[in-house]
Design a protein around this ligand. Sequence first.
Ligand code: IPE
Ligand code: IPE
Ligand code: MG
Length: 247
Amino acid sequence: MSLKDKIDLNKLPTHIAIIMDGNGRWAKQKGKIRVFGHQHGVKSVRDAAESCAELGVKYLTLYAFSTENWNRPKLEINALMELLVSTINKETKTLNDNDIKLEAIGDLKSLPSSCYRELMNAIEKTKNNKRMTLVLALSYSSRMELVEAMKSIAKDVAAGKINADEIDENTIIQNIYTKDIPDPELLIRTSGEHRISNFLLWQSAYTELYFTDTLWPDFGKEKLYEAIIDFQSRERRFGMTSEQMKR
Ligand code: IPE
Ligand code: IPE
Ligand code: MG
């Protein structure tokens, strides 16, 4: 029985989020510069998107660039942005062939204009696709997302559109980037780091976390299947007792 066959298709996570980490270390192990790792990471992006779509996962969110990543050396940032433009450009047709819709979350306006344009173009061209939504987190910071949400709610209160006492979880949800996207059930981080790095803090309140030592460029389809199988072996209790869950 292959790993893929061990996956229970009736218990698939609707939304998987991935912190794609370890490109730099992968390159270093091979005696190459960091950018070499990023280039090889693209193959894993393709594998993850393809396997999620094949299985029937509805949303895949990939953390591609954090607001903190702007503090990296200029050379690396430029290479990452160029890679982003060329990849989006090359892959738009594949997205359409596979009925995958592209979306993006983050401070997108802070991206270089060529990047922003390519991204908007691909989002527009794939907007009617239905099989899966691929969400790229770009120039993303979960804290910034929440700060922006709070500002916008404060403005609505000041304008008398809502009453401060009426603010509830749904008000927050309506004001964050992911308002139309369900919370991820499974969050994977590669490269052996055990942290969230400012990713989907609100959205991952009850997400199952999965950490693997595999570096992102080595994270192929089988590694994703392993993560899903592990997820399916867990009991999600949402604060209740195990006995309650079995009823
Ligand atoms: C993840 O790999 C990709 C981005 C953050 C853009 P890293 O570049 O963080 O690789 P490591 O963690 O230094 O190995
Ligand atoms: C998190 O990886 C961001 C992305 C994968 C895009 P980092 O490599 O930037 O995170 P830290 O610095 O190790 O926390
Ligand atoms: Mg890293």
